[in-house]
Design a protein around this ligand. Structure first.
Ligand SMILES: Nc1nc2c(ncn2[C@@H]2O[C@H](COP(=O)(O)OP(=O)(O)OP(=O)(O)O)[C@@H](O)[C@H]2O)c(=O)[nH]1
Ligand SMILES: [Mg+2]
Length: 209
């Protein structure tokens, strides 16, 4: 972090993506950052990327953490979840097992490791561009999200449909939670310079203070 432009944000949010191997977590991040990467290699361990986003009049720095869905490469510990403000729970709409695993496995992981009870979650059904192969309906996923109090979006990393919306909705919701916002404030943000005022001198001249 060097330039003042990079430090010029109001809040810094830690965002995690979780879900089974191959659901498209890394592709969603790539798609959000810039473009879609076909045949993305499986993630080994964990990785993160930084993206700046403006929501309303707030400038946000998102640190987006990606992890391996495959248990063999997973090194998830409390530290991965610690301090997370938002979690994107990804499943593949063409693979129903990736949807059920979110409730069977991933929610338990979150409950076990997450240190932030107020952390916002969004359920993201990816690969909606493969509509003909769809196995998980929008209705059942939306019902689960409602029951659990999660946000919900269907998206495609490939076409970029709803990819921005996924991150944007999550960030907007985080901004509404005072506890989350409080510990995300950018304390090193450069303060605006005081405006210069001219004071008239008795002899009619002015000094700038
Ligand atoms: N058609 C389609 N394919 C996608 C989409 N997103 C990802 N893919 C494909 O799914 C494959 C797996 O995507 P990844 O992003 O690597 O999946 P991941 O969840 O990061 O997998 P792990 O790192 O192993 O946990 C990619 O090689 C893409 O070809 C999408 O929106 N539509
Ligand atoms: Mg990956």
């Amino acid at each position: 972090m060097g330039s003042s432009a990079e430090q010029d944000y109001d809040y810094s949010f830690k965002i995690l993506l979780i879900g089974d191997a191959g659901v498209g977590k890394s592709c969603l991040i790539q798609s959000f950052m810039s473009h879609f990467v076909d045949n993305h290699p499986p993630t080994l361990g964990t990785d993160f990327q930084i993206k700046y986003l403006t929501v309303g009049d707030k400038k946000l720095k998102l640190t987006i953490w990606d992890t391996a869905g495959n248990e063999r490469f997973r090194t998830l510990t409390t530290s991965y979840y610690r301090g997370a403000h938002g979690i994107i729970m990804v499943y593949d709409v063409t693979r129903p097992e990736t949807f059920t695993h979110l409730t069977d496995t991933w929610t338990k992981e979150v409950e076990q490791h997450s240190t932030n009870q107020d952390c916002i979650k969004i359920l993201a059904g990816n690969k909606v561009d493969k509509e003909k192969e769809r196995k998980v309906t929008k209705e059942e996923a939306s019902a689960l999200a409602n029951a659990k109090g999660y946000l919900f979006v269907e998206c495609s990393a490939k076409t970029r449909q709803n990819v921005e919306k996924c991150f944007q909705d999550l960030a907007e919701k985080i901004l509404q939670v005072p506890n989350l916002v409080e510990n995300a404030k950018n304390t090193s943000k450069p303060k605006p310079k005081p405006t210069q005022t001219a004071t008239p001198k008795p002899n009619g001249c002015c000094t700038i203070q």
